[in-house]
Design a protein around this ligand. Structure first.
Ligand code: SAM
Length: 167
């Protein structure tokens, strides 16, 4: 991993589910399938400021996948929509990623309360944090938006995959 891990202050760990997600971050880093990762890298299109990758993550939790993907230099120019049903986790994801960006020496910009722009050495990742149920979000955006990449880390086992694919 190229960038440092976000340091956590004790008072950041007072929420149990967040604590659980933080604890499993390193385990997931080690467990993620490298062949799948290589396949993904091979299929990612060229991106630029004018043609950012459109990414949709469902069940984004505290935002570890953004850290991971930027750390692996998978995200250079991207519009990243992070959807989670939990309002507190959505807020924590936003705060954590802002602090993490500063730790990494990236510039950040917040054009609206739900958005965080991260300017890294490689490019620019613009994150929109959506607190919403994934089914309702997909239903609302059906036929309105297209994404190049869908992420659902530790999420598909929580929903009915057949129903989710239907959306
Ligand atoms: C096991 S956690 C995984 C979080 C993150 N992807 C990770 O790996 O650290 C599952 C996440 O899905 C969210 N979630 C569960 N059901 C959801 C739904 N119907 N719509 C959106 N988010 C949901 C939870 O709030 C939680 O943050």
């Amino acid at each position: 991993m190229r960038y440092p891990k976000r340091h956590h202050q004790p008072d950041e760990l007072d929420y149990n589910f967040e604590r659980y997600l933080l604890a499993k971050q390193a385990i997931d880093d080690a467990a993620l399938n490298r062949s799948v990762l290589d396949e993904l890298i091979a299929h990612l299109p060229y991106t630029s400021r004018a043609t950012p990758l459109q990414v949709l993550e469902l069940g984004s939790g505290i935002g570890t996948m953004v850290e991971r993907m930027m750390g692996w230099e998978l995200l250079k120019f991207a519009d990243y929509t992070a959807v989670d049903a939990d309002e507190e986790l959505t807020r924590r994801a936003h705060n954590r990623l802002k602090l993490w960006s500063l730790d990494c020496g990236f510039k950040t910009n917040e054009n609206s309360p739900r958005m965080l722009d991260i300017q890294s050495m490689e490019g620019r990742v613009s994150i929109t944090f959506e607190c919403a149920d994934a089914y309702q979000y997909l239903e609302r955006h059906y036929d309105k938006r297209q994404w190049d990449l869908g992420m659902a880390h530790a999420f598909m086992d929580l929903v009915d995959p057949v129903e989710m694919i239907y959306y």
